[in-house]
Design a binder for this molecule. Structure first.
Ligand SMILES: Cc1cc2nc3c(=O)[nH]c(=O)nc-3n(C[C@H](O)[C@H](O)[C@H](O)COP(=O)(O)O)c2cc1C
Length: 202
């Protein structure tokens, strides 16, 4: 037996809560941007986030509604995706507060910043990875806007790199689940993909 949910009869709000409970775990892009005047540094978590293209490298996040992050990206054409690690949970959540546009989350929450190498928005100093992005395009869909950004630089903190590769156990990623739930890294399994020429596996 299954329980059926019809998006039409449930309505957008309730179906959104269902969707975010079953599309899990979601990685969190902690997006930093600069306001058009270059003064206010904005920071907000976005869990509708993934890789959109590998060549060129493009990542995407979705703004549900029109928010400061989206407005800033549209105005400046730049943003940084800061990695969201477990030790920074409280700060990441605090930057999801709906501060007014002229009150930047870096200052309001007390988050240390550092300059980016290739773009103007600052990075979060305590985050182990920064993906510096230039706006590729946006796509309006219903009540949301998909933001695609070309990654022009990746800065990875030395202590999370093992044998030249970012190590997930050192990165300690947070994820977003349903409701107000957050996830941390569970067990990690190593299992190589099976090529068709080796099918069936012995
Ligand atoms: C973990 C987490 C994930 C979130 N993911 C999204 C998201 O994917 N898209 C979105 O529009 N808002 C998302 N939000 C809400 C925004 O972070 C929130 O509306 C924030 O105030 C937007 O800030 P801004 O106006 O400075 O851009 C999320 C909040 C949290 C705490």
């Amino acid at each position: 037996m299954r329980v059926d949910f019809d998006p039409e009869s449930l309505g957008a709000g309730a179906f959104y809560r269902l969707l975010t409970a079953v599309v899990v775990p979601r990685p969190i892009a902690w997006v930093s941007t600069l306001a058009a005047d270059g003064t206010t540094a904005n920071l907000a978590p976005h869990s509708f986030f993934t890789v959109a293209c590998t060549d060129p490298p493009i990542v995407q996040f979705t703004s549900v509604g029109r928010k400061d992050s989206l407005r800033n990206v549209e105005a400046t054409g730049e943003f940084v995706v800061n990695f969201a690690p477990e030790p920074l949970l409280g700060q990441i959540n605090a930057t999801g507060t709906d501060f007014p546009a002229d009150e930047g989350e870096f200052d309001a929450v007390g988050i240390e910043r550092e300059p980016s190498l290739r773009v103007k928005p600052p990075r979060v100093a305590a985050s182990p990875v920064a993906l510096e992005c230039r706006l590729h395009s946006t796509l309006g869909i219903g009540n949301s806007t998909l933001v695609l950004g070309r990654v022009v630089h990746a800065a990875v903190r030395e202590d999370v790199v093992v044998d030249g590769h970012p190590d997930v156990r050192r990165l300690r990623p947070l994820s977003r689940l349903g409701r107000d739930e957050w996830g941390t890294l569970g067990e990690v399994h190593d299992l190589a993909r099976i090529a068709y020429r080796d099918w069936p596996p012995s």
